[in-house]
Write a protein that binds this ligand. Structure first.
Ligand SMILES: NC(=O)C1=CN([C@@H]2O[C@H](COP(=O)(O)OP(=O)(O)OC[C@H]3O[C@@H](n4cnc5c(N)ncnc54)[C@H](OP(=O)(O)O)[C@@H]3O)[C@@H](O)[C@H]2O)C=CC1
Ligand SMILES: Nc1nc2c(c(=O)[nH]1)N=C([C@H](O)[C@@H](O)CO)CN2
Length: 235
């Protein structure tokens, strides 16, 4: 029996991307992942048989170099999961650089990878693109203006590529609110963030894998962005 086409997940060296990559491997799904920094998670994925491809999505050249290296490893893809992301607040005096950096990783990389890798997806019987965005695009963010704007642009790509690639390729999004804190988050910040949702929990990355699984397995969903926010919109 031939092995299924691999799933590409970007930014899988840690946290949500690493969790989802490991869960896909648990399901006997071959994985190709991008990483930018050598991390324990990168080595763990390699030891599970996943193929790691270096990627710096901060420039067009870096994105195209990744695409070229990716195509040297596979001629088909079951799915592409755009997970890579930078969560940066406005940096006084360097706002433009931060905006350009997040535009590149949140919009230009998904755009170019989707355009250049559509033929790889079309070699798979089932084909999906999943954009991981952020619930914050629902109403904007005073503290992360550029981050939110570039994630909103990713939401737009979901709609456009869903229309462009139907019916051969499904294209959907996932919009989480906080699913896992960062190590440096103090108790006061954690309490403040937990109070923003109706359910008031830190669910962990499994809720994103469950959302990915739903989108990959459901043949009648495209152009949809799943809200996974603990009920922030009803709080
Ligand atoms: N964590 C949460 O609570 C929430 C997460 N999300 C979204 O879910 C997804 C996963 O979140 P999380 O796991 O916290 O993400 P991380 O902040 O851990 O980022 C994931 C990876 O993206 C990679 N990355 C960042 N910038 C670049 C770049 N320019 N080029 C290549 N790779 C890059 C990093 O690679 P490296 O480490 O190798 O440098 C990093 O490991 C993201 O899209 C995020 O925006 C949305 C709402 C809440
Ligand atoms: N790339 C990332 N994006 C986001 C992160 C993160 O750690 N990396 N974290 C958040 C926060 O949890 C935020 O939702 C808290 O309100 C958002 N995006």
């Amino acid at each position: 029996m031939t092995s299924p086409a691999p799933i590409l997940i970007t930014g899988a060296g840690q946290r949500v991307g690493l969790h989802c990559a490991l869960r896909l491997l648990d399901d006997n799904q071959p994985v190709i992942f991008s990483y930018r920094s050598e991390r324990p998670g990168v080595q763990a994925l390699r030891e599970r048989g996943a193929i790691g491809v270096f990627a710096d999505f901060s420039s067009e050249a870096g994105i195209l170099a990744f695409i070229s290296e990716l195509k040297s490893h596979t001629d088909s893809l079951r799915a592409i999961i755009h997970n890579a992301s930078t969560w940066a607040a406005e940096t006084p005096g360097d706002e433009a650089h931060a905006f350009i950096d997040m535009f590149s990783v949140h919009m230009l990389a998904p755009y170019l990878i989707n355009l250049h890798c559509a033929d790889l997806l079309r070699c798979s019987t089932l084909a999906d693109i999943v954009h991981i965005s952020d619930d914050v695009t629902r109403k904007g963010s005073r503290q992360h203006i550029a981050y939110c704007a570039t994630k909103a642009g990713l939401d737009s790509l979901t709609l456009s590529f869903a229309a462009q690639y139907a019916p051969r390729i499904k294209v959907n999004g996932i919009s989480p609110a906080m699913v896992m804190f960062n190590d440096g988050d103090d108790a006061a910040y954690r309490a403040k963030v937990l109070a923003k949702s109706a359910l008031g929990i830190e669910p962990g990355p499994e809720v994103i894998y469950q959302s990915v699984r739903y989108l990959l397995d459901n043949p009648y969903v495209t152009g949809t962005t799943l809200t996974v926010n603990g009920g922030r919109h009803v709080k």
